[in-house]
Write a protein that binds this ligand. Structure first.
Ligand code: G3P
Length: 218
């Protein structure tokens, strides 16, 4: 499973790259709005692409298909690694079909049902993005959605990749990995939580204390 970072913050992206676990980045209008100078979003996205050198998702904000297509082409011009995120609504589906036909990589975002994922894949989306945390906010078990989408895509050998988003815990990461998700995009906090285990910390502390008793140097 590939790991993407769900942030537009360059420091956080550089840190994840240094950990050796960064395959890509997802941004959205909310994440870009949190950055200082967020109005210079093209510059930020270009800098992110230079660090990641892998897929970087940037989202359109128009509500009509023509506007989405126009914005998508503008965003795609920033860097070859840009993937266009398009909300999984009627006009979004039209835009995905058109852009995919022209060879641009698209990601259907805000996916909350297997039927939405099926249509997006059929229209040619390179990725579908189920939001499992927000689904769980609404009292539905998020992993079930991922299991269903992975099953459907396997049935038809769709090349569309399942990129799980709105992830809030390490347990969700493990569950979607077991379900066969292709990609998980996580906020930096979840990477920190995945690294940390109290028994590992305690073990390191004890080894260091015992080594100090020895008084030797490596
Ligand atoms: O990239 C979009 C997604 O991950 C948002 O997550 O926590 O706002 O539901 P959240």
């Amino acid at each position: 499973m590939k790991f993407f970072l769900d942030t537009a913050n360059l420091d956080e992206i550089r840190e994840a790259a240094a950990l050796g676990v960064l395959d890509g980045v997802t941004t959205n209008p909310t994440l870009l709005s949190k950055q200082v100078g967020g109005d210079d979003f093209k510059k930020i996205l270009k800098q992110v692409c230079d660090v990641v050198k892998g897929p970087v998702c940037a989202e359109v904000v128009s509500e009509d298909a023509e506007g989405m297509v126009r914005e998508a082409k503008e965003l795609a011009g920033i860097d070859e690694h840009i993937v266009i995120k398009i909300p999984m609504v009627r006009n979004g589906l039209k835009a995905i079909g058109k852009l995919s036909g022209e060879g641009l990589a698209t990601a259907a975002t805000l996916v909350f049902s297997p039927s939405q994922a099926l249509l997006a894949a059929r229209a040619g989306a390179a990725y579908v993005i189920p939001f499992i945390g927000r689904l769980e906010d609404a009292s539905h078990y998020g992993t079930d959605l991922v299991v269903d989408i992975v099953d459907i895509f396997d049935n038809y050998d769709f090349e569309t990749e399942v990129m799980v988003a709105s992830v809030r815990s390490p347990l969700q990461v493990v569950e979607v990995a077991m379900a066969g998700a292709d990609i998980v995009t996580v906020p930096p906090k979840v990477i920190d939580q995945m690294i940390t285990h109290p028994m590992t910390e305690a073990g390191v502390k004890r080894f260091l204390e015992d080594w100090q008793k020895l008084g030797a140097k490596i």
